[in-house]
Write a new protein. Structure first.
Ligand SMILES: CC(C)(COP(=O)(O)OP(=O)(O)OC[C@H]1O[C@@H](n2cnc3c(N)ncnc32)[C@H](O)[C@@H]1OP(=O)(O)O)[C@@H](O)C(=O)NCCC(=O)NCCSC(=O)c1cc(O)c2ccccc2c1O
Length: 259
């Protein structure tokens, strides 16, 4: 597959996958999601690769979730909401190698869900984390909610979703969403250091460890499949469309009048 929305590079047994949509703060559209799935699958099953690094181009954003300018209700691709997001989330979990989120700038909405799903997260000091769904007419009821609760605890996860606040990298680290925060200029060196340490270890032992962690939260995949189907119905409502329209027109949403 020739990539348009992502960049792909292999170095020292590490695959670097970079979302390359800076004009949209690295938000994803159906094409982006399909390319991410292909790149993660093909590198993850390549026996020469021991770690995948997922990141976003530039220093403004890791990923800001679904591209709000690319849908009117449903998106136009595969999957329950026209984005193969269930498949992308499953692919991050299913590949036999760890996926490391290198978070630069915003990890917002579906971008924060991707970072949550990654095995490890290393963030630049200036990175910001948060969910925005209920402010934008969306929600990721599956890994986005239940796996987040596993990472940060129930109360904090509910706060993150209900209030849609933004959290600094340091706050995200303290709540268990991030493994390590480093000064922005040291992000690449730190990510490379962690990858080198993983690549030196027994690949089979790492895969078995990853699979065992996954198994313990595998029921969330079922919640996600059901949840996405419900979101698909929600996306066709006036209430959901109000969130997208308000964001695109830079105004405050009035959800209550659209229920
Ligand atoms: C990310 C922000 C907090 C940044 O704010 P800031 O003020 O720094 O920058 P701007 O707002 O001016 O943004 C600059 C520029 O980028 C455009 N942009 C930013 N984010 C997006 C986006 N997600 N989609 C499209 N475009 C985006 C913005 O319009 C500006 O363009 P200009 O032309 O005006 O310069 C802030 O931007 C922000 O809050 N962004 C919105 C984030 C958002 O709504 N994300 C989607 C949430 S829903 C989601 O991700 C999601 C995805 C799924 O696939 C799901 C699947 C199934 C179920 C649920 C899903 C789900 O919830």
């Amino acid at each position: 597959m020739k990539y348009t929305d992502i960049l792909y590079e292999e170095r020292d047994h590490v695959a670097y996958i970079t979302i390359n949509r800076p004009e949209k703060l690295n938000a994803f559209r159906p094409q982006t999601v399909d390319e991410l799935i292909e790149a993660i699958k093909s590198s993850g099953w390549n026996r020469d690769i021991g770690v995948i690094v997922l990141t976003g181009v530039g220093n403004r954003a890791f990923c800001t979730g679904g591209d709000q300018s690319d849908h009117d209700g449903q998106y136009s691709g595969r999957g329950s909401v026209g984005l193969a997001i269930e498949e992308l989330q499953g692919t991050i979990r299913d590949v036999p190698v760890p996926v490391v989120a290198r978070v630069n700038g915003y990890a917002i909405g579906g971008g924060n869900v991707l970072a949550t799903l990654c095995d490890l997260t290393i963030a630049a000091e200036s990175a910001q984390f948060g969910q925005v769904g209920p402010k934008m007419g969306s929600v990721d009821p599956g890994f986005g909610t239940a796996l987040l609760a596993r990472c940060v605890g129930e109360k904090k996860a509910r706060e993150i979703w209900y209030l849609c606040r933004r959290y600094t990298a340091q706050e995200a680290c303290e709540m268990g969403l991030v493994n390590k925060v480093v000064p922005d200029a040291e992000l690449d060196a730190e990510v490379e250091k962690w990858c080198r340490e993983i690549v030196e270890k027994s690949p089979t032992a790492i895969t078995l460890a990853k699979r065992s962690f996954n198994l313990d939260t595998e029921n969330i995949r079922g919640i996600s499949m059901l949840g996405m189907q419900a979101v698909s119905l929600y996306y066709d409502t006036e209430e959901s469309r109000e969130g997208v329209d308000a964001f695109m027109n830079k105004r405050k949403a009035d959800f209550r009048s659209k229920r």
